[in-house]
Structures are given as structure tokens and as C-alpha cells.
Design a binder for this molecule. Structure first.
Ligand SMILES: [Zn+2]
Length: 72
């Protein structure tokens, strides 16, 4: 993933989903060379990326259990 400082801590699919989310929420000026909006700013911190991936995966597990009909 471009603009991430460090190694992106997720899968290729997660990277694509994040890029799409950033694109939808980008508020950078059209001619900006250096992305400066808050959406792009998230990409500057690998720890934030790791936390987002962690929460995304946890959420997927809850959704999977909810739709499987198995209640513990
Ligand atoms: Zn932006």
C-alpha cells in the first residue's frame, strides 16, 4: 500500500479495502503532492494500521458467528 510508513500489517485484500476507504474519504486538495487529509494521515502510523486490522478481523469474527446461527 502506498503512503504507509513501514510495512502494511494486513493482507492484500485488507489493503485494497483500506485503499478504497481512504479514496472515499480523502479530503486532500486536488493538486496536492503530499497527502494531508485526516484519512491519509492514518496511513502514516503503522501502529494505527495494526489496530485497525485487529479491530476489522475481530468484527469479522463476530459477524461470522452472528450469521452462522450458533449462539454460545
Ligand atoms: Zn487525502
Amino acid at each position: 500500500m502506498s503512503n504507509v510508513i513501514g510495512v502494511f500489517p494486513g493482507s492484500q485484500r485488507e489493503s485494497m479495502r483500506l485503499q478504497e476507504a481512504i479514496r472515499r474519504n480523502c479530503m486532500c486538495p486536488p493538486e496536492s503532492i503530499d497527502p494531508v487529509c485526516s484519512a491519509h494521515d492514518l496511513l502514516r502510523d503503522v501502529n494505527v494500521m495494526a489496530h485497525l486490522i485487529f479491530v476489522y478481523r475481530r468484527r469479522q469474527n463476530y459477524v461470522r458467528v452472528e450469521h452462522s446461527g450458533k449462539v454460545r
